[in-house]
Design a protein around this ligand. Structure first.
Ligand code: ATP
Length: 446
C-alpha cells in the first residue's frame, strides 16, 4: 500500500457539501420537496459525528467538573421569558428589500447580494430603507390562535438556565461559583441562511452559564476563555485555523463587560463558532424583576445579598461540526497515482471507529464475530462486499480511524490486519485482545 501522500491545498466548500450528501452525513431537510431553506438533516454518519462532539463537550464541561451541573429544559418557555431577556424588543436584524428584483437581505450583508437581475442597465439593487425584523420563531400553545396563546421557539438555550438557576443550585447543593450547562435546539428566523449549516434557522447550541461573585468577573472570564480555546485545540484546530477575537467596546451588549468570539477559518473566511461573554447580572436581575421572585444569593462571608454575575460560553454544535469537517477534509495524491479523499477527524469525533472487512464472503462468519465483540465498546461498520482497496477508500472518506481485515491467514494464525487511516500503515494483531488494543489506541489519540 502506498504512503507518502501530499495533502491538497485549500478545501473547497463544494467538496465538503458534496461529500456530506454522498456519504449520508448532512443534507438539506425535506429534500424530496425541494428542501426548506435553513434546515438540515444529519444522516447515519452525521448523527454519530454530532453526538460524539456533544458527548465530548458534556464530558469536559459537566462530568469532569464538580462545579457544573447539567440541564435539559423545554424548548418552549413562558413567553414572559423573552420579554425579560430583551428578545421581544431587541432580537432583530436590519432587513432591506430590493424594489426591482424583490431580493431580501440583511442590511449589513449587502456586499454579498450580487448584481440585480432586474436592473441590467445599472445592475445595482434598489433597496428599501432598513427595518427591524425580529428573528424569533413564533407558535401558538393550546387551542386558541391569538396573542395570548403566542409562544416562541427558544432563540438560545441559556434563558431556561436562568429560570432554573435557583432550583438547580438548591437541589444540587451548589454554591457560588458554579455553573449550569445545557445542549439543545435553538431557532432563529435568519433572513439569509447560508454557507451550508453555518447559518441555519434550526441549530444546536451547547451553553454554559457560570454564576460568580461580582468581584471575580475577570478571573472567571479568563478561565473559561482558556478552557474553551483548549477544547477547540484538542479538536485539531491549529493556530492557522482558530483565533480569538475580543469584542471592541462598541460591539459589547450594554450589560456586558467583556466578550470574545472564538473564530474558525472556514473556506468562506474567519467566522464565529463560539462566544464567551461576561453577561453581568442582567439576566438574573431581569428575570427577578419580571417574575417577582428573588434570585439573589447570600455571600457566605459578609452575609450580604447579591445577584450573581454570569460568564457564558456558547458554542454552535452545527458550526463546530462544519469546522471539523472542513478542517479534516483532504484529497491526497498517492504514490500509485490515485487520489484518495480522507477525513482526518480526531478519533473521538469519527462517526465509525473501526470497519471490519473480511477478504471474502466465505470467511464472513468469524469476521462478524470480531465485529460483534468490538461493538460492545464502540461504533463498528461491517462490510464484506467488493474490492478491499475500494472498501478502504470508502472508510477513509468518512474518517474511520481503523480498518480490520480478516483474511485466509487469519484462519490459521488468529491474527488480523489493522490499517491506520492517516499513515495507511498496516500491522498484524492477534484477534485475542484486539478490542483492548484498539481501545487503547483510540484513547491515546484523544
Ligand atoms: P452570528 O453573529 O454569526 O449571527 P451570534 O453572535 O448571533 O452569531 P450567539 O447568539 O452568540 O451568535 O450564539 C452563540 C453560538 O450559536 C454562535 O457562536 C454560533 O456557533 C451558534 N449560532 C448562532 N446563530 C446560528 C445560526 N443561525 N446557525 C447556526 N449556528 C448559530
Amino acid at each position: 500500500m502506498s504512503v507518502g501522500a501530499a495533502a491538497s491545498s485549500a478545501v473547497r466548500m463544494d467538496d465538503v457539501v458534496s461529500l456530506c450528501a454522498r456519504r449520508g452525513l448532512i443534507w438539506q431537510s425535506s429534500e424530496i420537496y425541494g428542501g426548506i431553506n435553513g434546515f438540515w438533516d444529519y444522516g447515519p454518519l452525521g448523527v454519530e459525528l454530532k453526538n460524539n462532539l456533544k458527548a465530548l463537550w458534556w464530558q469536559k464541561v459537566v462530568r469532569e467538573r464538580d462545579d457544573v451541573e447539567g440541564l435539559d429544559s423545554s424548548i418552549i418557555a413562558h413567553p414572559r421569558t423573552w420579554e425579560a431577556s430583551g428578545h421581544v424588543e431587541h432580537f432583530s436584524d436590519p432587513l432591506v428589500d430590493c424594489k426591482a428584483c424583490k431580493k431580501r437581505m440583511r442590511a449589513d450583508q449587502l456586499d454579498d447580494a450580487g448584481a440585480c437581475p432586474a436592473r441590467q442597465g445599472t445592475s445595482e439593487h434598489d433597496w428599501t430603507p432598513a427595518r427591524n425584523f425580529n428573528l424569533m420563531l413564533k407558535t401558538f400553545v393550546g387551542a386558541q390562535e391569538d396573542a395570548a396563546a403566542t409562544a416562541y421557539l427558544r432563540a438560545e438555550t441559556c434563558q431556561s438556565i436562568f429560570l432554573d438557576a435557583k432550583r438547580v443550585r438548591e437541589s444540587a447543593r451548589q454554591k457560588i461559583p458554579f455553573g449550569i450547562a445545557q445542549i439543545g435546539k435553538a431557532f432563529r428566523n435568519e433572513i439569509n441562511p447560508r454557507n451550508f449549516t453555518f447559518r441555519s434557522r434550526e441549530f444546536e447550541q451547547a451553553e454554559l452559564e457560570f454564576f460568580i461573585h461580582p468581584n471575580e468577573r475577570e478571573k472567571w472570564f479568563e478561565h473559561w476563555l482558556d478552557q474553551r480555546v483548549a477544547f477547540h485545540r484538542a479538536l485539531g484546530f491549529g493556530d492557522d485555523a482558530l483565533r480569538v477575537r475580543p469584542h471592541r467596546p462598541d460591539e459589547l451588549a450594554h450589560y456586558a463587560k467583556a466578550a470574545a468570539d472564538i473564530e474558525f477559518l472556514f473556506p468562506f473566511g474567519w467566522q464565529e463558532i463560539e462566544g464567551v461573554h461576561d453577561r453581568g447580572d442582567w439576566d438574573l436581575r431581569r428575570h427577578g424583576e419580571f417574575s417577582g421572585k428573588d434570585l439573589s444569593v447570600t455571600d457566605e462571608q459578609t452575609k450580604e445579598r447579591f445577584t450573581p454575575m454570569v460568564i457564558e460560553t456558547s458554542v454552535g454544535v452545527d458550526r463546530t461540526c462544519l469546522a471539523l469537517l472542513c478542517n479534516a477534509y483532504a484529497e491526497e495524491k498517492l504514490d500509485d497515482g490515485e487520489t484518495r479523499t480522507v477525513l482526518r477527524l480526531p478519533s473521538a469525533i469519527a462517526p465509525v471507529k473501526a470497519a471490519v472487512l473480511p477478504l471474502a464472503k466465505k470467511i464472513g462468519e468469524p469476521a462478524q464475530r470480531i465485529a460483534a465483540d468490538l461493538r460492545r465498546s464502540f461504533n463498528v461498520f461491517y462490510d464484506e462486499a467488493g474490492n478491499i482497496g475500494r472498501r478502504y477508500r470508502r472508510q477513509d472518506e468518512v474518517g474511520t480511524p481503523y480498518c480490520i481485515t480478516y483474511d485466509f491467514e487469519s484462519e490459521t494464525d488468529g491474527k488480523v490486519t489493522v490499517r491506520e487511516r492517516d499513515s495507511m500503515t498496516q500491522e498484524r494483531i492477534p484477534v485475542e485482545g484486539l478490542r483492548a488494543h484498539l481501545l487503547d489506541r483510540l484513547e491515546k489519540a484523544r
